[in-house]
Design a protein around this ligand. Structure first.
Ligand SMILES: [Zn+2]
Ligand SMILES: [Zn+2]
Length: 228
């Protein structure tokens, strides 16, 4: 009944049926495998040796779905700013495909999905949801993967987009802490988000998780990134 009253159109080409039609999905470019810190090519997206040394408590790797353009960019912007939370399952489906087909997947051990807490608090207050949480929950539901919010924001930081790269890093130091959960059965924590930014938010979320659970590996899974 609802789909009759409010039909779904493809965000890329306006064809009727789904938010991202098969033809538009085929046109998307997958993203190359890069280190989450220096953005240099790194096989399977693992953190490169130099960045591992400079960020010993940082991310172990990054999985990116697509380049941030065309219909995927439009879909992400609609989820972020357009108040269309019903897009989350469509985007989470794409995230899941990238996750389960990734060469790491079979070696990750039991994984736990988590989100980036309140990291766009101002936007969340306007639209009533956090897109990272929404995507992680939708991914959890479709692929039967466990989800828990592990980190929380403890410092009300300045809006990141208003700051330079160096200031962003400073702004986020000690901004997150991790709640204690019983997660001993999981080997890898996968932080789910829509797009990569400078990586500073994710690095600090990861640090807070690793300070609480130092034996876990932490990977970052995003739909898209600007650049090659
Ligand atoms: Zn289309
Ligand atoms: Zn690197």
């Amino acid at each position: 009944m609802l789909s009759f009253l409010f039909p779904t159109y493809c965000i890329g080409c306006w064809s009727l049926g789904q938010y991202l039609c098969d033809a538009c999905l085929r046109e998307l470019d997958t993203h190359s495998e890069i280190c989450p810190y220096c953005h240099c090519f790194s096989q399977q997206g693992v953190t490169c040796r130099d960045c591992r040394q400079s960020h010993p408590d940082g991310l172990d790797g990054l999985i990116i779905g697509f380049r941030y353009h065309e219909s995927i960019k439009k879909a992400i912007l609609k989820l972020k700013y357009g108040h269309i939370s019903s897009l989350a399952p469509t985007l989470a489906h794409q995230l899941g495909l990238h996750l389960i087909s990734h060469p790491w997947y079979s070696r990750m051990g039991p994984i736990l999905l988590t989100d980036v807490p309140n990291h766009r608090r101002r936007r969340r207050m306007i639209k009533g949801y956090n897109q990272s949480t929404l995507l992680a929950q939708a991914l959890s539901k479709e692929y039967w993967l466990p989800f828990q919010s592990l980190a929380r924001r403890v410092k009300n930081t300045k809006q990141q987009t208003m700051l330079s790269r160096g200031k962003r890093w400073e702004n986020l130091t000690n901004a997150f802490s991790s709640k204690t959960h019983d997660i001993k059965n999981y080997q890898t924590i996968v932080i789910v988000d829509d797009v990569t930014t400078t990586g500073s938010t994710l690095h600090h979320v990861c640090r807070s998780i690793k300070s609480q659970y130092p034996d876990k590996r932490v990977r970052w899974l995003v739909i898209a990134r600007q650049g090659k």
